[in-house]
Design a protein around this ligand. Structure first.
Ligand code: PLP
Length: 382
């Protein structure tokens, strides 16, 4: 990647941590054995997978046997929701602002989608009204990937335990690992999805943490790896790197939260000085890494084009359907008016973000917004 790139898209994926790259290299090159084999070389690979499992378990506060390695966050969410409903029957429930890895599962299963509040967190009275004894699985994200909004998982857990005591409570914690101590989240739920590439690990590897005794129908069949819960040869290098990335993320979290909060405040101070820029959710309800704003009289598509030209990587988190940028399902569920959501901009930060990234981004966004508005004004006059 060009050294000049200003990467403000950590919610999409994070640059790998050097320690995770170092951890995975021996397994790409030297120790290539299949960990399910019976020879000494295979046992060496298996030992590394087991050590990674132990390390992840110690960071989550779960038992090693409760860690199921998967191919990504999407697969972890699918296994938890589709797997539970196939095993138990009943109805799946989720919030309207979930990532599609959850929302599309619940819709596919004919489940119930619960409204969110103006900040995009699940609406607790609506959740209460939705739950009954027919519900077998409830999935609520810990942190929203577009707005960074943090769910009050304690309240969600209390409601689910009271009104649907037999339901499995799953949380998509894919965006949470950088900002929330997973040890505090795990006791509230029965299963949890994480994905390595969101915290400095490689793409294509994740984990489903699932409480002992909670069974689900596998969604990947084959050789019976992961105690018959997820077949497929282990991605040894990816698993080892994921464990190292999570270790580093956990160790640095407190420091990073303080550092990124200061950067987020600096970024927003710069952005909010531009006329017509509105913060989508208050800082108090969002993780520090995500600064989501909506800009009036600007289309996200044009803005992202100009940012890209200036080597600033950002996202609108909008879907491009039939050639037109549609407001994201999250902003629609929150009831953000169309004239605001059309100018959505998500800037997301993480372990590599610096003050100069922030200052450069503010300059580029300010300039781009000015250019878009002046072109629009000129066109209007002609
Ligand atoms: N859930 C959330 C909240 C996400 O942000 C993402 C990725 O963007 C996923 C699930 C899917 O994870 P993966 O990319 O590992 O499939």
């Amino acid at each position: 990647m060009a050294a000049t790139v200003t990467y403000m898209d950590h919610a999409a994926t994070t640059p790998m941590r050097q320690s995770a790259i170092d951890a995975m290299m021996p397994f790409l090159d030297g120790v290539y054995a299949n960990p399910s084999g019976s020879h000494r070389f295979a046992r060496l690979a298996r030992k590394s997978v087991d050590e990674a499992r132990d390390l992840i378990a110690s960071i989550v506060g779960c038992k090693p046997g409760e860690v199921v390695f998967t191919g990504c966050g999407t697969e972890s969410d699918n296994a938890a929701i589709v797997g539970v409903v196939r095993r138990r029957g009943g109805v799946a429930v989720c919030s309207a602002a979930e990532h599609h890895a959850v929302l599309h599962c619940v819709e596919h299963l004919g489940g119930r989608v619960v409204a969110v509040d103006a900040h995009g967190a699940i609406d607790l009275p609506a959740l209460r009204a939705t739950l009954d004894e027919s519900v077998s699985c409830v999935s609520v994200m810990a942190v929203n990937n577009e707005t960074g909004v943090v769910t009050d998982m304690k309240s969600v857990s209390d409601v689910v335990r009271r009104l649907a005591p037999n339901a499995v409570l799953h949380t998509d914690a894919v965006q949470a690992a950088c900002w929330i101590d997973l040890r505090t989240l795990w006791p509230l739920v029965d299963s949890m999805a994480i994905s390595a590439h969101k915290f400095g690990g490689p793409k294509g590897v994740g984990a489903l943490i699932v409480r002992e005794g909670v069974t689900f129908e596998p969604i990947v069949f084959g050789g019976g790896q992961e105690r018959d819960r997820r077949s497929g040869t282990h991605n040894v290098a990816g698993i080892v790197a994921m464990a190292e990335a999570l270790r580093a993320t956990d160790a640095e979290r407190e420091h990073e939260i303080a550092r990124i909060t200061a950067l987020r405040d600096r970024l927003l101070a710069g952005l909010l000085a531009i006329p017509g820029v509105h913060r989508t959710v208050p800082n108090e309800v969002s993780v520090p890494g995500v600064a989501h704003v909506c800009i009036t009289d600007v289309e996200s598509e044009s803005l992202l084009y100009l940012l890209d030209e200036a080597d600033v990587c950002a996202s609108a988190a909008s879907a491009c359907a039939s050639g037109a940028m549609e407001p994201s399902h999250v902003l629609q569920a929150m009831g953000v008016p169309r004239d605001l959501s059309a100018g959505a901009l998500r800037l997301s930060m993480g372990h590599t973000t610096t003050e100069s990234d922030v200052d450069h981004t503010v300059r580029v966004v300010t300039d781009a917004v000015e250019r878009i508005r002046s072109v629009a004004a000129r066109l209007k006059r002609t």
